[in-house]
Design a protein around this ligand. Structure first.
Ligand code: MOS
Length: 752
């Protein structure tokens, strides 16, 4: 079968499909594109976090007749963004629920005139008391959403948690917090829209999910399917940040295009992008854990809260993934996880690489080290005693039917990092050094693909066709945004069809031409869509054998048969629809069953130095050992891991979103600090490969996994170095100083 067969192209480091275009500057990003007669758009945003809009007036210093002005009153269909729950307006109508919420849009032929004009729109408000934190939202003094401020909640239960506490040998509690995080894709959000009565709306933009944008535009403009067309332009990074927001920006640009009669471009600058678009959900996770005298887990009670921001957006699915990853890759007979997403008057939080799992795994893996310290066993040994193995059931009672090799991954990570010897050496040296070193570990898994019955619901359709000039095209709605979709999917088609990598191209990411193979999210592309492309390719070969006399297996035989098939049937095309692996069962009410089709597994180790003079923590070395099924492209796979680890280092040690009255105060790259090459250590990337039989050429998900492990591994290493638990990230030097001052490890900082 294909997953174990020797391959020519899958597994080889072929050149990135669109690499040359990017290298020589031929790639067209949205802001490179000009349309005939194009105008530019700008957004007037709320300056308060919550209130009633009393009036909108226009300063006569501006000649407003030159401008197109759009408000909520101009929305022809439904004034909402169609994601999961349609509670977010496309443009604020009468009230605002967060700072930087879009209220009014302006368009003008000269983009330099927009800034002054936007500043001359005067909006008067009757302010209402805002809610800024999970704690304030929980108090329910102000109700800002529904009846209780809860955007979504889940209860996951297994066994009988309450029966265990009285007799357990050990009971350990802890609270863990994570902050917001910005995606900081290189290219900001941008969109161009055109409208005319015959064709409807066409948008070109930087985005992940063409059909999500399509769905929103249909609702906002009340148009049938065929009157909305979404085309992805070359996209400079996304990380989840272009999963939901482009639906808003596309609606705005299209409203301006419709009213002005001109194509309109809206390209955010960095400050607007940082202030107005989504970020990772902040979290607070409380653990209460019971263990027997041998350090085996008996019960876990977890209270998980995320800050959802002002509207539902994707918070329910982020919360779901957080809930499902909150118990780690461990066997535990009794579990209760209560999770809630709370509404606040902050810009809605959204999808970001990991999608709730990094928050939950930070808490679980930091907590494991506190358990180990409390009961006096080695943190590595504690994990080993509780690992899931093949045949075991996890928190949702999903039986692990595929091989689970956590022990092997752990052994490899310990050996490569020289973990035990270094830990012992640092323990001897730290008391006499001002720079203290430590080793930290994190064990985790990440579910690949949509949760539960999500993939069935998506009902993805993907395939290949053959053009008259002899190119095979991959037909998918999955997009390239730097992570390698184009390369991986063309590798798969070329491999399966027995032709060259250069014979295969991607069909343009244009809803007028491609089937809906689902969104490019949830670490699903290689595994789920890759499998569809593989099946469609094999189906095409069968069609050519049965109906066009394909006999030989050479490239020449293939294209000759395609020509004969075209003669007889007009076009050469093969499409396949998603089929769940057999035996998949999921109950969305009780949250039991096969939460994910497959899991990727990992052990990450961080070596950290903490300078007790400057309070800075520095990741000196890093080992990432994982099993992600088969590695389809060694260079791209390594790049995914290295990038995820770098982003995880930023999450742990550098990236802090500062809010002032609910507005991001440090919305510049000079004061929202991400790791640079200076701050990223050598990252040792190691793959153990176990092909997954239902993934594209044996692949499971890879994209999100590497963001889950770095933060807990780093904070565990800091704990090892300084002997003090730190349970909140990001941990900047001033935060570490405050932690140590509170513990009287250092003098209280003196106010200047
Ligand atoms: Mo994602 S965070 O599943 O785009």
């Amino acid at each position: 079968m294909s997953t174990t067969a020797t391959t020519r192209i899958v597994g080889a480091p072929v050149p990135r499909k669109e690499g040359v275009d990017k290298l020589v500057g031929r790639a067209q990003y949205v802001d490179d594109i000009e349309r005939e007669g194009m105008w530019h758009g700008a957004t007037v945003r709320s300056t308060i976090p919550r209130g009633i809009i009393r009036s909108i007036t226009f300063d006569p210093c501006i000649n407003w007749s030159e401008f197109t002005i759009v408000t909520a009153a101009d929305v022809p269909g439904k004034n909402h963004i169609q994601l999961i729950v349609a509670d977010q307006p496309c443009l604020a109508d009468g009230k605002v629920n967060h700072c930087d919420e879009a209220i009014l849009l302006l368009a003008h032929p000269d983009k330099h005139k927009l800034l002054e004009a936007a500043g001359a729109v005067r909006i008067a408000y009757d302010p209402l008391p805002p809610v800024f934190t999970i704690e304030e939202s929980e108090k329910q003094n102000e109700i800002i959403h529904g009846e209780d401020n809860i955007l979504k909640s889940f209860l996951l239960e297994k066994g009988d948690v309450d029966s265990v506490w009285a007799t357990a040998a050990h009971k350990i509690e802890g609270e863990y917090r994570t902050g917001a995080q910005e995606h900081l894709y290189i290219e900001n959000n941008g969109m161009i829209a055109e409208w005319n009565r015959e064709d409807g709306i066409t948008v070109w933009g930087s985005l992940q999910c063409p059909y999500y944008v399509h769905k929103t535009l249909r609702a906002v403009f009340d148009l049938p399917d065929e009157k909305v067309r979404v085309i992805q332009t070359e996209t400079g990074g996304a990380f989840g940040g272009k999963e939901d927001y482009p639906s808003i920006l596309a609606s705005h640009a299209a409203l301006l295009a419709m009213k002005s009669g001109h194509p309109v471009k809206m390209a955010y600058d960095r400050m607007e992008d940082l202030a107005a678009t989504t970020k990772r959900h902040p979290s607070r996770v409380r653990h209460r854990t019971a263990l027997d005298k041998d350090g085996k887990l008996l019960a876990m009670e977890i209270d998980l809260a995320i800050d959802g921001g002002a509207y539902s957006t994707l918070s329910s699915t982020v919360l779901s993934r957080a809930t499902l990853h909150s118990c780690g890759p461990y066997v535990c007979p009794n579990i209760r996880v209560r999770s809630r997403a709370w509404a606040t008057n902050i810009v809605p939080y959204g999808a970001f690489r990991g999608f709730g799992a990094p928050q939950a795994i930070f808490a679980m893996e930091r907590h494991m080290d506190e358990i180990a310290a409390a009961i006096g066993i080695d943190p590595v040994e504690l994990r080993r005693r509780n690992f899931l193995h093949e045949g075991d059931a996890n928190a949702t009672e999903q039986r692990m039917r595929e091989p689970v090799i956590l022990d092997r991954l752990l052994d490899r990570a310990l050996k490569e990092s020289d973990y035990h010897a270094k830990r012992a050496r640092y323990a001897r040296e730290n008391p006499i050094n001002s720079v203290k070193r430590g080793m930290g570990i994190a064990a985790f898994y990440h579910g690949s693909g949509f949760t539960g019955s999500g993939e069935l619901y998506l009902n993805s359709l993907a395939g290949v066709d053959v053009t008259v000039d002899g190119k095979v095209r991959v037909l998918v709605s999955n997009t390239e945004f730097g992570q390698g979709t184009n390369t991986i999917l063309t590798q798969i088609a070329a491999e399966a069809l027995g032709i060259d990598f250069s014979d295969v191209i991607m069909a343009p990411a244009d809803t007028a031409h491609i089937p809906n193979s689902g969104p490019t999210v949830a670490s699903r592309t290689s595994m789920v869509v890759g499998r569809l492309v593989e099946r469609a390719s094999l189906q095409l070969l069968a069609m050519l054998r049965d109906h066009a006399g394909l006999g030989g297996r050479s490239r020449g035989d293939f294209f000759a048969a395609c020509a004969r098939y075209r003669e007889a049937h007009g076009k050469v095309e093969s499409l396949c629809r998603y089929e769940a692996p057999p035996g998949i069962y999921w109950n969305d009410q009780t949250y039991h069953g096969e939460a994910y089709g497959a899991y990727a597994w990992a052990i990450y180790v961080a070596q950290v130095a903490v300078d007790t003079v400057t309070y800075s923590a520095d990741v000196e070395d890093f080992w990432a050992v994982q099993e992600v099924g088969r590695v389809l492209h060694p260079v791209l796979a390594k790049g995914q891991i290295e990038g995820g680890v770098a982003q995880g280092i930023g999450y742990a040690l550098y990236e802090k979103v500062l809010l002032e009255n609910g507005h991001m105060a440090n919305n510049q790259m000079t004061n929202y600090i991400i790791p640079t090459a200076e701050d990223v250590p050598p990252i040792h990337v190691i793959f153990e490969q176990i092909p997954f039989r239902y993934g594209g050429y044996g692949a499971k998900g890879i994209g999100e996994l590497p963001h889950d492990g770095p933060a807990p591994a780093i904070l565990n290493a800091i704990r090892d170095a300084i002997g003090v638990p730190v349970n909140t990230i990001p941990l900047l030097p001033e935060d570490l100083l405050a932690v140590l001052a509170a513990r009287k490890c250092v003098e209280e900082p003196v106010a200047q």
